[in-house]
Design a protein around this ligand. Structure first.
Ligand code: NCD
Length: 359
């Protein structure tokens, strides 16, 4: 059995196969209309979502399966104090596969400690969002025709934007991908992504502070919203909330063949005037999300009984002298086994949220 918690739980080959399967589903919709007949997907959404939850629901319905779950944790036993592990044990009795979104980082990984059905991370705090990554990879493939040899600019909230973290991880396994990080100081990409992902995989990156200076070099511009709900300090949010706005004037500096992606929802970072530009791919991206989730559900259900399909092994360190300082990590919110792994530069990181451990 395999779970999808982090984009690298799929090998590059498995990732490419899922993207290819999604393209086959697009071309032959009728062929897939009953492949999940009799199967049930549970969507456990502890955090608000429109696109992701509905896209999972639509995906399972188009495969002929059924969907159950909750979109508001207050209406479930969670409000009585039930832990993630217990909820997942219970839901695993009713469903064949679970998609979970949680504001607490590492909650979907904790669910895999006890789950007997595949778990899909549908976004955990500001940590990871691997199904958005599959959506983005399918969109880049359909817009440009390739995932190698790309220059991709990430703009906006690179600190809290989980979609950015996961897409960079996935792209680090392709050839000749350069990333340009466009963010104010307060919203820069976390160090662990720069060191453990970019440096370790030899992925070239640079940091700039304006869109204009790099626009002409980009094949993809990945815009993001400033993640208001993740700020502890409202003044800090107010300082950065309008940091970058994409408009027609900036689009005029871009290559003729390029694509603008955005995981959505947008707030004010892309003006409406950009929507009519053929390079604006963000609404096409939403539809791709449904097809790629159909492909993912098919594969994970197939692999559920395949012992050769396992999540990548971590060199887990259980050391009582280590602590995770992240208050929004599952290991500090619920009674789960604390686990760490040895990362680049001999640093210990929390297995659930990747934060550097305190020694
Ligand atoms: C993103 C998310 O939830 O992280 N949205 C999505 O899944 N489509 C981006 C965001 O909320 O800004």
């Amino acid at each position: 059995m395999k779970h999808l918690i982090d984009p690298t739980d799929l090998t590059r080959q498995e990732t490419d196969e899922i993207v290819a399967l999604a393209q086959d589903i697009i071309a032959n919709r009728a062929k897939y209309s009953e492949v999940c007949k009799g199967k049930k997907l549970a969507t456990l959404f502890y955090e608000p979502s429109t696109r992701t939850r509905l896209s999972f629901t639509a995906a399972m319905m188009e495969l002929g399966g059924n969907v159950l779950g909750f979109s508001d944790a207050n209406s479930s036993s969670v409000s009585k104090g039930e832990t993630v592990e217990d909820t997942v044990r219970v839901v695993g009795c009713f469903a064949d596969i679970i998609a979970m979104r949680h504001h607490i980082e590492g909650a979907p990984l904790a669910a895999t400690n006890v789950s007997r059905v595949p778990i899909i991370n549908a976004g955990d705090g500001s940590h990871a969002h691997p199904t958005q990554t599959l959506t983005d990879l399918l969109t880049i493939t359909r817009e440009l025709g390739h995932l190698d040899n790309l220059t991709i600019g990430f703009c906006g909230d690179l600190r809290f934007g989980r979609t950015v973290h996961s897409l960079i991880k996935a792209l680090s396994r392709y050839e000749n991908v350069k990333i340009v990080l466009i963010a104010p100081d307060e919203l820069r990409l976390p160090d662990y992504i720069k060191h453990d992902i970019c440096d370790r995989n030899g992925m070239e990156y640079c940091e700039v502070t304006s869109i204009e200076e790099v626009m002409g070099e980009l094949d993809i511009l990945y815009m993001t919203r400033v993640q208001k709900e993740r700020f502890l300090d409202e003044e800090e949010f107010d300082r950065v909330k309008d940091c970058f706005v994409l408009d027609a004037e900036k689009m005029a500096l871009a290559k003729e063949k390029m694509a603008v992606l955005h995981p959505l929802p947008r707030v004010n970072e892309i003006l409406k005037e950009v929507d009519a530009d053929p390079r604006a791919a963000y609404f096409r991206q939403v539809e791709n999300g449904k097809f790629v989730r159909m492909a993912l559900i098919c594969r994970l259900l197939e692999w559920a009984n395949d012992d050769s399909k396992q999540n990548k092994g971590h060199d887990v360190v259980e050391n009582a002298d280590l602590a995770c300082p992240n208050r929004k990590c599952i290991c500090n919110c619920e009674n789960v086994d604390k686990k760490f792994h040895l990362a680049e530069g001999g640093i210990y990181r929390c297995l659930y949220c990747d934060t550097k451990a305190r020694q």
